[in-house]
Design a protein around this ligand. Structure first.
Ligand SMILES: Nc1ncnc2c1ncn2[C@@H]1O[C@H](COP(=O)(O)OP(=O)(O)OP(=O)(O)O)[C@@H](O)[C@H]1O
Ligand SMILES: [Mg+2]
Length: 275
């Protein structure tokens, strides 16, 4: 962990290492020389304004967006190899899902087990157990046979977190899992994330819930195209640090300075997303 964003820590055996990552969408620089290293068994919160680059960082780790500079390694291997070996699970901010598709919750969570199954994708007892266990952890067992379109927004979020849990990947990337969920679900998901870390998983989680950061995370990174601070939640939440990222102290909501919403020019259409 470092607050010195110019340092180049040894990425050795880290669960996740980004080294000098720059991502551009046309003329928009979404990430600018981002270096971030996560050790195993840690929960790291990713915090920053809308447009600060959080989702872009996740997409870069997944190999969905290609950086113009820098390198990502997941447990020492590159993103494509990590995806092939199912060693990283990703819950995007919004799912590109056909909600009318006739698939039930249990089957959605089972798709997280594909990496463990043969080409015929025939579930084995261990796969059924993993799915049942994951549904239980997010308290969605009672909805297992419900069509995915017949769920509320918060319930859908929980199902996709369950799919990531069922995958059993050592690294989990959760892009705003608390968006649109109620407080009891947020507490339940926080407990799930903490217990995943206790079991040795590493979790990078984007969140706007600064009040819940200390309960959720061992460490946090404050992003504003660059990593401004990477330290304990307490350090990250210091008013002077929040003011650097948000222009206000969001916890007290007192204006500190009139910062622009984004330093970037309007988004260009030539995104370099790799499909
Ligand atoms: N496909 C794209 N094409 C062009 N610009 C993009 C694209 N995706 C993101 N951007 C731009 O990149 C910057 C970072 O966006 P990103 O989605 O990573 O932010 P974020 O921190 O996840 O924001 P939020 O909190 O709103 O989810 C923004 O300026 C955004 O407008
Ligand atoms: Mg986002």
């Amino acid at each position: 962990m470092t607050t010195d964003t110019n340092s180049r820590p040894s990425t050795g055996n880290a669960a996740l290492a980004l080294d000098g990552i720059t991502v551009r969408y046309g003329t928009v620089t979404a990430l600018d020389d981002v270096t971030l290293t996560l050790d195993r068994g840690r929960v790291c919160g990713l915090v920053g304004t809308n447009g600060s680059g959080k989702s872009t960082l996740f997409k870069t780790v997944m190999g969905i967006v290609r950086p113009s500079a820098g390198r990502v390694t997941i447990g020492g291997i590159d993103p494509a190899a990590a995806r092939r070996s199912a060693s990283v699970a990703y819950v995007p901010q919004s799912e590109a899902v056909d909600w009318d598709f006739p698939i039930v919750v249990r089957e959605v969570v089972m798709t997280g087990r594909y990496g463990h199954q043969g080409p015929m994708r025939r579930p084995r007892p261990a796969d059924h157990e993993a799915v049942a266990h994951a549904l239980e952890r997010v308290q969605m067992t009672d909805f297992a046979d419900r069509q995915i379109g017949q769920l509320s927004g918060g319930q859908r979020k929980r199902v996709f977190v369950a799919r990531a849990i069922a995958q059993g990947a050592p690294l989990l990337l959760l892009d705003e899992p608390f968006a649109g969920v109620d407080k009891s679900t947020e507490f339940a998901l926080t407990a799930v994330i903490r217990s995943l870390a206790d079991g040795g998983h590493t979790v990078l989680v984007a969140t706007h819930d600064l009040a819940g950061l200390a309960q959720l995370c061992d460490e946090a990174a404050l992003l504003q195209r660059r990593v401004l601070v990477h330290d304990t939640p307490g350090e990250v939440l210091r008013p002077e640090n929040l003011a650097r990222a948000f222009g206000v102290d969001p916890l007290s909501a007192e204006p500190r300075s009139a910062a622009p919403l984004s330093a970037n020019a309007p988004a260009a259409l030539s995104a370099r997303e790799v499909r």
